[in-house]
Design a protein. Structure first.
Length: 554
C-alpha cells in the first residue's frame, strides 16, 4: 500500500531485466509518471543511455535495445506500428501502463515483420504517485459528468483508477456516494472493468474474496477544503506556487537566480522536503534555520543568521558548495518566496476569517467582519470572492445577495460573482452527502462546541478538518454511513484494513495530510491510500467551477 514504491517496482523490473545498452521511449504522460518517482541520474545507472519521446523522429541505433513505456492509446499504438516498418533498434521491449486489447496486440504483431519485438507486457502504472499514500490522475475540470472535460477524459479516469488497484494488488469491494450520479457512474465502470479482467484480480487464494475497500467520493460533498489557504509546507507550495509533477516554478520570485527558476521536489531524493512535508509555517522557519546552520557548520563559518533574508544572502555568498548547498538554496528560496507572498497578500488575516467561516457558527460577528474585509484594499479580489463563497456554503440562506452587491461595487466581474450561484448548484446543502458543517446531528454539534470551548484554539489557522477526517473516523469504527452505497450484494461486515479512497473532482494536500495522520496513528490497524482526478489548489478549483459555469450556458 505505497503508490510510489508500486511504480518504482515496475520501472525497476522493466529496466533491470533487460541487459545491455537501452533507449527509454516515453509518451507525455509516462514521462511525468516516471519523473515523479525516479531521477534521471538513477535511470542512467540502469544502462539507459538515451531518453526519447514516442512522437519524435528517431535516429537508427541498431546496437541499442528500445524500451517503450507507454499508455495503450490508439495514437501510441500507431506510432509503434509505423516504427516497426523501419526499426530503429535491434530489439523492442514494449510495456503498456494498462490493459491492451487483443485487437491492438494483433496489429502490433502484424506490423512486426522483421521480428524485432521481444516482449509486450502490461505494467499497471497509469497514475502519478505524489506521496507514498497519495496519487493523482492529473485531470483537472472533472467536477461532474456535466463538465465540458468529462467526455474526453472519463475513460482516462477509469483507466487510471483501475490501474491503481492492480498496482496495489487489491481486489476491493466498492462503495460510492448515494447522492452522486458521478460517483455511481465511476463505481459501475470500475466494477465492469474488474469483471472483464477478473483473472487479474484473483490475487487471493480464496476466489471472490475481497481484500480491501474502494470508496469513491464526490468533491461536492466538501467544497470548503479546496477554498482554504493552507499552512503546511507541501500545501503552501501548491497553494501559492503550484506543484506540477514535482516541479515548482520560482520564475516570478524577485531576483531569483537562474538555476532556481524551477526546482524539483522529490520525496526520494530530498530528505529535508520529506522530513518537513507536513510541518506548519511556524515550525518551518526553525527547520530552515537548522538546515542553514548545518551548512555553516560544514563550511566552518560563523556568520550571524537570524532572518530569511540573512539566510538568502549567506547562500548566495557560497555558490560553489555542491549537493548539500543545492538543497539548502532550494528550500531557502522557496521559503523566501512563500514568506513574501504571505506578507504582500495579508494571508494571515485572510486565513483567520476563512477558518472562522469554516469552523464556527456566529453569523452576526462574522458578517460584519466580511463587510469590512470586502472594503479592505490590502486584500486581493480573489480572496474577497473566496470569503463570500465560503459564507454562501456556511449560510446558504443568509445575506448572500448583499455580499454579491458589495463585490460588484468594488469591481469584481459579473462572471466571477456568478461562481457563487455555480457553487450553490454544484455543492449546495441539497446536493451534498454527509454532515459537512457538523450541524445535522445536534448531539455531535453540541459536543464539538463544548470541546472547542474547553480546549481553546491552539492554532487559529489550522482549526479546520476536512470531511474526509470524519469519514475515516467512521471507517475506523466500522460505522461508515449506509448513504455510501455498496455495489456488492454481500460486502464484508468486518472493518476493512486496507482502504483506497478516490475523489472525483480532485483532492487537496490538506486531505493528503489527513490520510498521512490517520495512517501514522493506526499502524497495523488500517492503511489508507488517497487518490483523485487532480490535486487542487484554490485557483484550480475556481477554474473548475468556471468550466462548469460555461457548460451550463450551452
Amino acid at each position: 500500500m505505497d503508490v510510489i514504491l508500486a511504480v518504482q517496482e515496475y520501472i525497476n523490473k522493466m529496466l533491470s531485466n533487460i541487459q545491455g545498452m537501452k533507449v527509454l521511449v516515453l509518451d507525455k504522460e509516462t514521462a511525468g509518471i516516471v519523473s515523479m518517482v525516479y531521477t534521471q541520474s538513477k535511470i542512467l545507472q540502469k544502462e539507459v543511455f538515451l531518453f526519447e519521446k514516442i512522437e519524435n523522429e528517431k535516429e537508427k541505433m541498431l546496437h541499442m535495445k528500445g524500451v517503450y513505456f507507454l499508455r495503450p492509446t490508439e495514437t501510441n499504438i500507431n506510432y509503434i506500428k509505423d516504427e516497426l516498418k523501419d526499426p530503429k533498434y535491434n530489439k523492442y521491449h514494449i510495456f503498456f501502463t494498462n490493459t491492451i486489447s487483443s485487437i491492438a496486440l494483433g496489429e502490433i504483431a502484424k506490423a512486426d515483420e522483421q521480428d524485432v519485438v521481444s516482449e509486450v507486457q502490461e505494467f499497471f502504472a497509469d497514475f502519478y504517485a505524489a506521496n507514498p499514500d497519495t496519487f493523482t490522475l492529473n485531470l483537472p475540470g472533472m467536477l461532474t459528468k456535466r463538465s465540458p472535460y468529462w467526455m474526453n477524459n472519463s475513460n482516462r479516469l477509469i483507466d487510471g483508477l483501475f490501474s491503481s488497484l492492480l498496482a496495489l494488488k487489491k481486489k476491493p469491494y466498492i462503495r460510492y456516494s448515494a447522492n452522486s450520479d458521478t460517483t455511481r457512474y465511476v463505481a459501475e465502470k470500475i466494477a465492469d472493468k474488474m469483471n472483464e479482467n477478473r483473472d487479474l484480480f484473483e490475487i487471493r487464494r480464496q476466489k471472490g474474496e475481497y481484500d480491501s475497500l474502494l470508496l469513491i467520493l464526490d468533491r461536492k460533498d466538501d467544497p470548503i477544503t479546496p477554498l482554504l489557504h493552507q499552512w503546511t509546507y507541501q500545501s503552501m507550495i501548491h497553494e501559492l506556487l503550484t506543484i506540477s509533477n514535482n516541479r515548482v516554478s520560482l520564475a516570478k520570485a524577485p531576483n531569483i537566480k537562474e538555476d532556481l527558476r524551477e526546482v524539483v521536489l522529490s520525496l526520494d531524493h530530498d530528505a529535508f522536503y520529506k522530513d518537513n512535508l507536513y510541518k506548519n509555517f511556524g515550525d518551518l522557519g526553525a527547520s530552515i534555520k537548522d538546515l542553514v546552520d548545518q551548512l555553516q557548520e560544514k563550511m566552518n563559518t560563523n556568520q550571524n543568521i537570524q532572518t530569511i533574508d540573512d539566510m538568502k544572502k549567506f547562500i548566495e555568498e557560497y555558490p560553489d558548495f555542491q549537493k548539500f548547498s543545492t538543497t539548502v538554496s532550494k528550500h531557502v528560496a522557496l521559503m523566501d518566496e512563500l514568506s513574501r507572498l504571505i506578507s504582500i497578500s495579508n494571508l494571515m488575516d485572510v486565513s483567520e476569517i476563512q477558518q472562522e467561516l469554516a469552523c464556527n457558527h456566529d453569523h452576526n460577528n462574522i458578517y460584519q467582519h466580511i463587510l469590512e474585509f470586502i472594503e479592505n484594499p490590502k486584500i486581493s479580489n480573489q480572496d474577497k470572492l473566496v470569503i463570500v463563497l465560503l459564507y454562501s456554503i456556511r449560510y446558504e440562506d443568509g445575506n448572500v445577495w448583499e455580499l454579491k452587491e458589495r463585490l460588484s461595487r468594488i469591481g469584481i466581474s459579473p462572471k466571477d460573482i456568478q461562481l457563487i450561484d455555480v457553487l450553490k448548484m454544484y455543492a449546495g446543502k441539497n446536493s451534498r452527502e454527509g454532515d459537512l458543517l457538523g450541524t445535522k446531528n445536534i448531539f455531535s454539534f453540541a459536543k464539538s462546541v463544548v470541546k472547542r470551548g474547553l480546549q481553546g484554539v491552539s492554532n487559529i489557522y489550522t482549526q479546520h478538518k476536512p470531511l474526509l477526517h470524519d469519514i475515516l473516523d467512521s471507517i475506523l469504527k466500522n460505522k461508515l454511513s449506509p448513504s455510501y452505497l455498496s455495489l456488492s450484494t454481500n460486502p464484508p461486515r468486518d472493518r476493512p484494513q486496507e482502504i483506497i479512497i478516490f475523489m472525483v473532482g480532485g483532492i487537496t494536500y490538506e486531505e493528503a495530510l489527513t490520510v498521512y495522520t490517520f495512517n501514522s496513528l493506526n499502524v497495523g490497524v488500517c492503511r489508507v491510500i488517497l487518490g483523485g482526478t487532480t490535486i487542487l489548489n484554490c485557483p484550480q478549483f475556481l477554474d473548475d467551477l468556471s468550466a462548469l459555469q460555461q457548460s451550463n450556458r450551452r
